[in-house]
Design a protein around this ligand. Structure first.
Ligand code: SGN
Ligand code: CA
Length: 602
């Protein structure tokens, strides 16, 4: 390996160049340029960049672009030729980015929780890599998707919650891929209004979409119903685009996004028959009373026993719920919106399974204790939630089989992830939003035989913020300087062993459904510090090594005083580094409260 050290004048920054490294020079060709180097032998800069240990650094230096280029060429000499991965010069990789909605890592068998079997999703990990500590920057759907597309934090791309509009005019990674010769498509849930930009073909669900006979919007046109089950339709559309619609002479990038397993968890006929007969192990913290946590955990409204709806979530028929005085207008509306969409055949099949469950419920309910209600709801929740995942897993299998048959497996990067994590009864909860582990973490599995060894396991702190720069890196597309994430290409290829040591998180959607208070925080591999604000001012801190289930807030524990001080420092550094502030928090709060105000009629 050839290592060449370059000294950059005023800044006294040392850069060591070597075989196999990549370099990006950003578009702005004025005097002040950002020069970004990712290398397995990078020397730590003496000042500035606050949170990488050594592996990666971005440095703003006063040099013009031609000087950088000539310096690099001189420094590299002959080796420049060897630096470029040969295969990529011949053929850029395809990308299939599979994202499901609310898919907890606990419900992927490769993660080893023993709840269900997902053999096809597991294949991606077995033949590639699995990430144990991938997290989102904001645990809610539309903001997570905006971060995926832009590679920027919510407070920078502007989409901080599910309420505010997304500005499609800003740069996103698929626009950049298009400009670099890629054919792109977006199929399934995107959860953002307006015609998706950066896609040669889009076929998306309006809003959350429906499980049965869903509407789809093709290329921004009027929605049209497609008869059938949503997960199967999305898979068919994705396969059809890859087989028949795309330009076969271009590399492609497909965003294949499932609605499942989002609430209210309506499975396909072939799976509800099987899953409604199953019983699932309960998480240790199912009966959590939230002692030891702050106000936010105590006041959140996502407890399975208290906040699920009998009709909408548990699928009790409206007339039965009425008989027991447990029906709600919202539950009835959900019934109409979901089961009400079924055609006669679908409805008959549904009734053949869910009517008998309803009959049993009528016998059980009058004598149910509070604990019985929790147990009953937990089982019903898991049955339907996990059954929707079985269809997602089938779809992944079909896509992987297609890649094999078409001879594309070798040159295609396949990613499986979710827009965030989800609670499967941990702390008694469903839903997400909190920076606590189950919703903060997202599943992440990835296959790319050319660079990733089968059976790779990554425990480093990667984030959804990193997707855009990672794809730009793999495709040799220039990375704009505004992008805030980091490419994990070298990390997953095993070329570097140092990575960031802390990540930053924000959550805004409050007051809203589930009532999870506004908060932000920092997480390292071992510790977490969170600040809940707006109508409270509370800090929480957790030690994941001694308390992996986050049951004891140690913020006031003096034996952790040094850790607390260090985490505060890291949090301040990251807020500054990413450009976040109290002013931002206030600005987004004001905009949110304004958006919630009832609109005046003229
Ligand atoms: C709906 C759900 C909520 C969920 C949000 C956001 N309620 O409002 O439980 O938190 O979506 O989910 S429902 O009864 O209408 O299903 S997200 O994943 O799209 O952000
Ligand atoms: Ca979601």
């Amino acid at each position: 390996m050839l290592g060449i050290k370059s000294t950059i004048r005023q800044n006294k920054t040392y850069i060591q160049l070597c075989f196999g490294q990549k370099r990006h020079i950003t578009k702005k060709s004025n005097l002040l340029e950002r020069y970004k180097i990712t290398s397995n032998v990078f020397r730590k800069p003496k000042t500035g960049y606050p949170y990488f240990e050594t592996a990666t650094s971005i440095k703003t230096i006063a040099m013009n672009r031609s000087l950088i280029k000539s310096m690099t060429l001189i420094a590299l000499g002959k080796s420049l030729v060897s630096c470029a991965p040969k295969e990529q010069e011949v053929k850029q990789p395809n990308i299939i980015f599979i994202m499901s909605d609310d898919h907890a890592y606990q419900a992927i068998s490769a993660y080893g929780h023993g709840l269900n079997q997902t053999p096809n999703i597991d294949r991606i990990a077995n033949e590639g890599a699995i990430f144990s500590r991938a997290t989102v920057t904001n645990s809610i759907s539309a903001p997570s998707r905006a971060v995926l597309l832009t590679g920027k934090h919510s407070f920078v791309n502007g989409k901080v919650d599910n309420v505010q509009p997304f500005n499609w005019d800003q740069d996103n990674f698929t626009k950049l891929l298009q400009a670099n010769g890629y054919e792109t498509a977006m199929i399934g849930k995107i959860h953002m209004d307006g015609k998706p930009q950066g896609f040669d073909y889009s076929m998306v669900l309006p809003g959350q979409g429906k499980y049965y006979n869903p509407d789809f919007i093709k290329n921004g046109e009027k929605p049209e119903v497609i008869e059938g089950y949503v997960t199967e339709i999305i898979t068919d559309l994705a396969l059809d685009w890859m087989k028949n619609k795309r330009n076969p002479n271009k590399p492609f990038c497909l965003l294949y996004h499932h609605k499942a397993p989002h609430r209210e968890w309506l499975p396909a006929e072939k799976y509800y028959k099987e899953y409604t007969k199953m019983t699932f192990p309960k998480p240790e913290t199912l009966y959590d009373d939230y002692e030891g946590r702050g106000t936010a955990a105590k006041t959140a409204e996502m407890n399975i026993a208290k906040e699920m709806t009998w009709i909408g979530d548990i699928k009790i028929y409206p007339e039965t719920a009425e008989e027991f005085g447990i029906d709600t207008p919202w539950g009835r509306r959900l019934f109409d919106l979901n089961i009400g969409r079924m055609n006669e055949e679908q409805r008959a099949a549904w009734d053949s399974v869910y009517r008998p469950i309803d009959e049993d419920f009528k016998k059980l309910f009058p004598t149910m204790s509070e604990k019985d209600i929790m147990d009953y709801r937990y089982q019903r929740y898991m049955q339907d939630y996990l059954a929707t995942i079985a269809s997602v897993d089938d779809g992944v299998g079909q896509v992987l089989d297609f890649l094999d048959e078409a001879g594309l497996a070798e040159n295609t990067i396949v990613i499986y992830t979710s827009d965030q994590g989800f609670y499967l009864g941990e702390h008694g909860w469903f839903d997400k939003r909190f920076m606590y582990e189950e919703s903060f973490r997202m599943p992440l599995l990835m296959r790319y035989p050319k660079e990733i060894k089968a059976g790779t396991k990554i425990d480093d702190l990667v984030q959804n913020l990193d997707f855009a720069p990672t794809f730009l890196d793999y495709t040799n597309t220039e990375t704009p300087q505004e992008i805030q994430g980091e490419s994990f290409r070298d990390l997953v290829a095993g070329k570097i062993d140092k990575w960031r040591d802390a990540v930053y998180y924000t959550y805004y959607e409050y007051p809203s459904v589930h009532m999870v208070k506004r908060h932000y925080g920092v997480a390292t591999k071992r510790y977490k510090l969170m600040h809940f604000y707006y109508d409270i001012d509370e800090w929480e801190m957790y030690d994941l090594e001694t308390d992996p289930m986050e049951m004891r807030n140690i913020y006031d524990d003096e034996s952790y005083a040094d850790v607390r001080k260090d985490l505060h420092k890291r949090l301040d550094e990251l807020r500054t580094y990413y450009g976040d502030s109290d002013e931002n928090d206030q600005k987004y709060l004001n905009e949110y409260l304004e958006a919630l105000k009832p609109k005046k009629e003229n």
